[in-house]
Design a binder for this molecule. Sequence first.
Ligand code: PLP
Length: 458
Amino acid sequence: MEVRKILLTEDEMPRQWYNILADIKMNPPLGPDGNPIKPEDLAPVFPMNLIEQEMSSERWIDIPEEVLSVLKIWRPAPLVRALSFEKALDTPARIYFKNEGLSPPGSHKPNTAVPQAYYNKVFGIKKLTTETGAGQWGSALSFACSQFGLECKVFMVRISFDQKPYRKSLMATWGANCIASPSTLTKAGRDILESDPNTPGSLAIAISEAVEAAVTDESGETRYSLGSVLNHVMLHQTIIGLEAKKQMEKIGEYPDIVIGCAGGGSNFAGLAYPYVCDKINGREIEIYPVEPTACPTLTRAPFAYDHGDSAKYTPLLPMHSLGHSFVPAPIHAGGLRYHGMAPTVSQLVSEGLIEAKAVNQLAAYKAGVLMARTEGIVPAPETNHALACVVDEAKKAKEEGKEKVILFNFSGHGLIDLGAYDKYFSGKLKDYELGKEEESKFEACLEDHPKPELLKSC
Ligand SMILES: *Cc1c(COP(=O)(O)O)cnc(C)c1O
């Protein structure tokens, strides 16, 4: 009988995260004076224990017992062989996925929300602020804060706040306070509202608000938390890939191709980085981050230094960026609409260790619906982008007559995104391709920033 899912016991869970900074060279983040930032510069924003992790180049970092204990609510996550999906595609490829949709909020995001809440708690912090687009990160942090008794305030992008009431309800259920962004609570929000009262908002604006709310809180007991992009977030997510490796080993498999959708890069990095480590050490493997054509950060935008937010509160990060004032088309994969990309993912692309792909929205939903009608589970709109790439690779394997092994990250379920599926079925979704004329705009937005160097890691 063919194996359908490969499980680990709680005892077999990884006890350490893998830190890719031990194995690649990075350009440093820069402060307002153009010099590399120092740990103290970040102290008003993040607790020092997380800043140390952000800057660490230790290859392995222990996962605290208290964190493991909460992760065990849903981890280890199963590795699933997508047998019915393979059959429908009539492909010789063997397709596996990590199911990260089984966490309480339904995505991979609590893999970092839980350790972030824990480290803040240990540092004596009482309250966290953050931003959220479609609401996945806001709900993940709300869940994590409820586990450690922290207060949580979430600035939610206005358009999602109005269109996606259920994630707001989830956040309220976990005891968090969710506010539409831009709001009148911050200077960053008020400035935007003054120039554009009807703005739909953006992640970059919401980040500015959340950072400002944290650093201006006079109690000194509030910090900010980010759900993707930063090094420590990528680190926490590597539990996905480390579990996957153990699981594949159990059945004597090793992937030829690793695929994950990429918004800020964290679920992709989580699955892929332990394999990037193998690749650096000589293993042959293809690794693809997949983004939407509507927000083509890795495939079209320059590798540059840019801010993570619209009000330029954050340091300049070395990353592929569409420009911090970029407002993407209203595609339904809210988690993939960020203007920037994790510096480590950007660096790996620039060095050719991983290869970025872009897919259109309709191809993504088509693949997602096939997944629902074969494997049964309904993927998040973001996850559908990874699936479209999986379908392409499975077809290629068929054309070439090769038994490829494909591993992808099922980053979350789509049960709170069914409105988007309704639109897809009624023909109201369309493909978006960023216009050529837009390119001059984001180049202009980055013009006065320094350029990161192309460093060769290996
Ligand atoms: C947030 C989210 C993403 C995109 O974020 P990354 O940091 O790129 O992983 C992808 N899938 C799901 C389900 C999400 O919630």
